[in-house]
Ligand binder design. Sequence first.
Ligand SMILES: [Zn+2]
Length: 311
Amino acid sequence: MTKILFVVGMARSGSTLLAALLNRVDGFAGLGETHVYWELAGGEERCGCDRSLAECPLWGTLYREQRERGVDFAELQDSFRDFVRPRPSSLLRGLRARRGGLGTDRLGRYLEATESTYMWMAERTESTVLVDSTKLPAAADLTAAMPSADVHLVHLVRDPRAAAQSLARRHQSGGGGRGSLRYLAAVARAALDWTLRNAYAEAKLRRHFARRYLRLRFEDLTREPRETVAGLLEFVGAEPAPEIFVSEDTVELGENHILTGNSVRFQRGPVAVAPAERWRAEMPLHAQALATLLTLPLLAFYRYPLLPRRG
Ligand SMILES: [Zn+2]
């Protein structure tokens, strides 16, 4: 049975790096945000192999085969937007549809198509573990409902101030007072999204997955990449793979077909994994305080330092 290592968590939490690291392990394929495939299939978006998705030998071939089989992409895109997209309403609609019974409706067809995509990928890449970094809690729920998949959930947590700064950065400069308001609104939105996703993962997914649930702090991955990857491999029952590291913190990144995410997927050769702390120097103290305030209970639970500070 194909194992799926599904990464759930907030955007900008380092899931692409995780997928790129694991993609180096024999028998693993880093797929990236597999559920987002339905939105991007056959399009111009760059794959991790630096070709467009239409031209990628993996995703492009899958797309053409699916077209020939008459897969209804328009319906699957609607289903992605209705059931998976990061909105509280999608989550509720997804849950309601699941209670209404799987396999009888549009959601059932979405599940079947996504499951067959995983199976196709496992066969083509000759992998036993697929790494899906979709991150959306609703997607984790749906993937777990697929009968043929043995899903292991990695709940990836990053300091919310870092994730919020990464998302809000583009609003930071220009526009004077109004620009500043836009920036703070983006920080607040990201902090609330962080709280919602992590609370859902803690309250529902952790219980549901039980022994197949693992919480991982991004900061621990970047501080001790070698030990962290070893722990992840043990978690999914895979053999140790010390050979992917050329030194304690340097990994040799190679060819991949990671769908969307951070630009690390385009890097090749030796890459040092290091703490990503640029946000500390960039983020004003009042914005840090705002993000702390909006995430406080979980921030304390995850043992992040609570006081704002500049790097
Ligand atoms: Zn590709």
